[in-house]
Structure formats: C-alpha cells, structure tokens
Write a protein that binds this ligand. Structure first.
Ligand SMILES: Cc1cc2nc3c(=O)[nH]c(=O)nc-3n(C[C@H](O)[C@H](O)[C@H](O)COP(=O)(O)OP(=O)(O)OC[C@H]3O[C@@H](n4cnc5c(N)ncnc54)[C@H](O)[C@@H]3O)c2cc1C
Length: 264
C-alpha cells in the first residue's frame, strides 16, 4: 500500500479481558475523522517467508471497529485473539510503545446516519461486534436523538462480556446531562451460567419474545432502528427475521431502519 495512505501509530495501553480477548488503545492519527460505528483498517508488519521481496517483511491489514468516542484523543479497539489468526497472533505480542499502522480513511455504514428518524436504537452484537456500539453510546448526539438505547451483547462465556462496567455505568448515570434517554443492557451468555442472564442464541430470543421482555421494550417498526454486528450467522438470521417484519437497510434517497456489519 502507498505509504501516503497510512500513518504509524503507537500502542498506548492494552487490556486483556480473557486470554483470547484484548482491547488496545492507539495514538490517533493527526486529522483522523470517523463517525461512531465506523471501522479503521489496521496494519502490522510481519517478518516471514511470505514477504514479496528480500526484506522479509510484509504488512498484514485487517478491519477493526473503533470502540472509542469520536471526540477522544486516542483510538480504542477490541480484538479476538485467534490461535492461528494471521493478524491476531501478531497483535497478541504487542506491548505499549509498539507500532501499528492506521489507514488514514475510516469506513463503514454501521452508523445511525442513514436512518429514518426513530425513538429506540437497538444495537445487537455477538462477541467483538460490541465494539462499534461502545463508541455509539459515548456519542452525545445519540442520547439526544433516541429515547432508548438498547445494547444486546451475546458471548459464549461470562468473562467475554467486555465493557460491561462501562455500559452499566452509563445506564445508571446517563452522560451529557441526558434527561429522559435510557440505556438498556441485555447481556447473553450461551455456554456459561450467569444469574439473571439469558442463555440462548439471539435469533431464538428475538423470535420467541424473550429479547423484548429482557429489554423491557417492544420491537416496533415505527420506533425501532436496528444495528447488527458480528457473527455472520447471527446477522443473517436476524436480517431474515427483521426483513419479514418490514425492516430494511438504507438505499439512495430512502433512509432505512436497519444497518448491518459482518466480521467475516
Ligand atoms: C468491517 C469489519 C470490522 C471488524 N471489526 C473487528 C473488531 O472490532 N474486532 C475483531 O476482533 N475483529 C474485527 N473484525 C475481524 C478482523 O478484521 C479480523 O478478521 C480478526 O481480528 C481476525 O484476524 P486474523 O488475521 O487473526 O484471523 P484470520 O486469519 O483473518 O481468520 C479469520 C477467521 O477467524 C474468525 N474470526 C474473524 N474475526 C473474528 C471475531 N471478531 N470473532 C471471532 N472469530 C473471528 C472467522 O472464522 C474467520 O474466518 C472486523 C472485520 C470486518 C470486516
């Protein structure tokens, strides 16, 4: 890639949620702009035999949703660490002060920008698909535009409920002097027992009404605007379910009620 298209940034800090789940903060490239919900493209230099020339080095690029708020001075990300992952095996080795490349552009349509006006913003994630929603709930505009912000986060095991404390704190003490807006949090753990938490796949819970009951809010096409992010199987099943209920992604000149992002 043309070096004009990216900058070299520093790892500021790291936080391990589990041995396979890591959040990290990078210095923010000068002039870097994004809307809450968008993703960055990050690059790591790898030294191995697959390099195209005799330097022995190549850059591996991957997409990462930005978890920090658009006003923050640093960029935060949350990544799965896969034992054989080409990018994440390198990521697992990072220490504060190390270099990560960041493309200058930000990307993606998993934002509230294309939505028809609504009252309830449902943010439905599996695993690290939560990351863009951590940014969205830290943006002032969303607390002003919606009456309810609903986070549904499904993971396999309880320790993977990253950002749980941040979400619970924002739910208890709404930021920006938000009066009236309410943050609702529905954690789901599919392979672990945690009291008071649902244990079934999201599409099943959406179909049988348990998701709405847990959120204390009905899904209603006139009010609900929905963001789906993470595992493609969840996105596909929810998309089919919501599509049948009339939800649709934005089209040119036609604001939508649904936006989705698949991570693989
Ligand atoms: C728009 C977009 C945004 C993304 N944002 C994030 C993010 O915020 N955090 C993040 O961890 N990943 C995110 N991803 C996935 C990320 O780009 C990498 O694919 C992932 O981190 C694994 O990279 P890897 O090279 O180690 O594994 P690869 O060698 O690329 O292996 C990919 C395989 O790992 C599995 N996999 C990939 N991503 C995940 C994941 N997040 N959770 C569980 N299994 C996965 C899939 O089975 C996939 O086939 C995003 C992807 C896209 C397209």
């Amino acid at each position: 890639m043309n070096p004009d298209k990216y900058t070299e940034e520093r790892v500021l800090s790291l936080r391990s949620w589990t041995p396979q789940l890591l959040s990290f903060r990078l210095s923010r490239p000068a002039g870097y702009q994004f809307t809450a919900g968008q993703f960055a493209r990050l690059g790591l230099v790898k030294t191995d035999a697959l390099a195209p020339d005799d330097t022995g080095q190549r850059i591996v690029w991957r997409a990462y949703s930005i978890a920090s708020a658009p006003e923050e001075g640093a960029l935060e990300f949350c990544s799965v660490l896969l034992p054989e992952g080409e990018f994440t095996t390198e990521l697992a080795r990072l220490q504060p002060g190390d270099t990560v490349l960041v493309e200058r552009a930000s990307y993606g349509f998993l934002t509230t920008a294309g939505f028809a006006p609504g009252k309830d913003l449902w943010m439905i994630a599996t695993g690290t698909g939560l990351a863009p929603f951590v940014s969205i709930i830290q943006e002032r505009q969303n607390w002003q535009d919606f009456e309810n912000l609903v986070i549904v986060h499904s993971v396999r095991e309880a320790p993977e409920l990253a950002y749980r404390d941040t979400i619970l704190k924002l739910a208890k003490e709404p930021p920006f002097g938000a009066s009236g807006a309410k943050l609702r949090y529905v954690p789901i753990v599919t392979r672990d027992t945690l009291e008071g938490v649902l244990h079934e796949r999201i599409p099943v819970l959406a179909q049988d009404g348990r998701l709405e009951a847990a959120a204390g809010l009905a899904l209603d096409l006139a009010r609900s605007r929905i963001l789906l992010c993470g595992n493609p199987a969840m996105v596909k099943d929810m998309r089919a379910l919501l599509g049948a209920a009339g939800y649709a992604t934005s089209r040119r000149l036609k604001p939508g009620t649904l936006a989705v992002e698949n991570y693989w």
